[in-house]
Design a protein around this ligand. Structure first.
Ligand code: HEC
Ligand code: HEC
Length: 417
């Protein structure tokens, strides 16, 4: 698909001001328009005088929740919004748009960390029950805030607790990794873009439900840390939270590739619909915020490689590279960031459940980029392979195992990507 050919020039102005352009991006991104998920977006998005365009924009005053908020909830007190500030920054003028790309990206970082994507009942319980934080993988930071959890006033005027992108897509990292990360990705003790593989939201939801006297769906406890089912289709298909770097190489969004990336505006459109659905179609984000978010995500980088004390011998790397060329490069294309075209799930030895869900199943899995793959364990859409070695031993992708010296050489090469 050609990108940026004249009419499709994906500037902020077009995305913000041209509904027909947004509609076109959505239509072309949904390559399986008959799926229920696609139909629901097509029925409501960018219709001008109908559908979600009529929703009023979300309130933008938010604050990260703190230990003090936890104490308020434990004591049965209301949460205070006295410390809330606009997502765009204290004193910001919502009519003023960022003036250059760096300013868009900086705004996107604030959106990533502070704009609630959805309110969730279990979050209020979670915030008010610090004794379970460690069990579910929530860490209180040195300044007393919790990453990715905010309080805000919803369109009905109620003060809610909500989650942001940074809850799942940022991860605590050691000091050396933090120091090496680009400033734009540092978020307290965490790196934005890196999936939090220690966070167990299934368990958090199960505990919240039990605390309210409702017996929890037993499947929630089976998700495990780092895995979430983000759909409400009744089918239990938790997937691994992906790292968000290498966006320029991604061909599709989500493991089943339900959204094809046809333009840099694709992710802005997708994020907009994500917030609308998350807020139960009662409000929509201001579009400058979703555009900024898409620019931010596009700029995320994998952490720098550890300052390698043990560079593998070059002969081993050369052997690994040659093996990759023979066995892997037809799908993981080196000229495309080691991503590639969609693959029919039935032709892989992986569990096809996520590729075939009734709501979003395309029948295919996308080929993920292998840029930064050394940080990506556990692997595959369901996080079912703990290491690169186990993945190769199991015979990814179609049953032919790679072991011994070949395996060592291939892994040495993969770790340089
Ligand atoms: C509750 C955890 C959670 C939150 C919060 C969350 N995501 Fe995700 N995200 C996921 C999971 C899980 C997937 C994989 C979904 C799938 O494949 O079906 C995903 C997929 C994605 C993808 C596609 C990446 C790829 O390689 O396919 C992008 C981009 C993304 N999320 C961005 C965001 C942004 C931006 C936000 C905030 C608006 C956000 N996510 C909030 C869990 C989350
Ligand atoms: C037939 C196409 C195809 C070939 C050939 C192929 N892969 Fe893959 N690869 C995929 C697909 C599709 C996925 C995603 C599957 C899923 O999520 O379940 C994947 C996933 C991966 C992952 C997991 C990435 C992550 O972030 O979870 C790694 C690592 C990987 N492949 C490495 C390799 C290596 C090494 C080879 C060569 C031995 C190889 N692949 C050959 C299609 C292929």
């Amino acid at each position: 698909m050609a990108i940026g050919c004249g009419v499709d020039e994906p500037t902020a102005e077009r995305y913000l001001g041209d509904g027909a352009f947004r509609r076109g991006v959505l239509e072309r991104s949904l390559w399986r328009p008959d799926l229920p998920y696609s139909r629901s977006l097509l029925a409501s998005y960018a219709l001008g005088d109908a559908g979600w365009d009529l929703l009023s924009p979300m309130t933008e005053l938010t604050a990260l929740v703190t230990r003090a908020d936890s104490e308020a909830l434990q004591a049965g007190r209301a949460l205070s919004l006295d410390d809330a500030e606009p997502v765009a920054g204290a004193g910001s003028d919502v009519d003023a748009l960022p003036s250059d790309e760096a300013a868009w990206v900086a705004l996107g970082k604030r959106v990533f960390e502070r704009l609630p994507m959805r309110p969730d009942g279990f979050l209020r319980y979670l915030v008010g029950t610090p004794e379970i934080w460690q069990r579910v993988g929530i860490r209180e930071r040195a300044d007393g805030t919790l990453r990715g959890i905010v309080k805000y006033r919803d369109v009905r005027g109620d003060v809610r607790v909500g989650l942001t992108c940074a809850l799942c897509h940022a991860s605590p990292s050691d000091d050396a990794a933090l120091a090496a990360a680009p400033a734009l990705q540092r978020n307290g003790d965490s790196i934005n873009g890196r999936a939090d593989r220690g966070l167990d939201l299934g368990l958090a939801r199960a505990l919240a439900s039990e605390a309210s006297g409702v017996s929890a769906d037993p499947r929630l406890r089976s998700w495990g840390a780092g895995r979430v089912d983000v759909t409400d289709d009744g089918v239990n298909t938790p997937t691994a939270v992906p790292d968000l770097w290498a966006m320029p190489y991604k061909t599709h969004l989500n493991h089943s590739g339900v959204i094809k990336i046809v333009s840099p505006a694709t992710s802005a459109v997708r994020f907009e619909t994500q917030y609308v659905l998350g807020h139960r179609m009662e409000t929509r984000p201001r579009r400058a915020l979703t555009w900024a978010l898409s620019r931010y995500i596009a700029a995320l980088q994998p952490p720098a490689p550890p300052s390698a004390p043990s560079v593998p011998p070059s002969a081993e790397l050369a052997r690994g590279k040659a093996l990759f060329g023979e066995r892997c490069a037809s799908c993981h294309r080196p000229d495309r960031g080691f991503a590639g075209e969609m693959v029919l799930a039935s032709q892989l030895m992986h569990d096809p459940a996520v590729a075939t869900t009734p709501e979003r199943g395309t029948g295919y899995y996308k080929v993920p980029s292998l840029v930064g793959v050394r940080y990506g364990a556990p692997y595959l859409h369901d996080g079912s392979e703990p290491t690169l070695a186990s993945l190769l031993e199991r015979g990814h992708p179609r049953g032919r195992a790679i072991s011994g010296d070949d395996q060592r050489a291939l892994i040495a090469y993969l770790e340089t990507l």
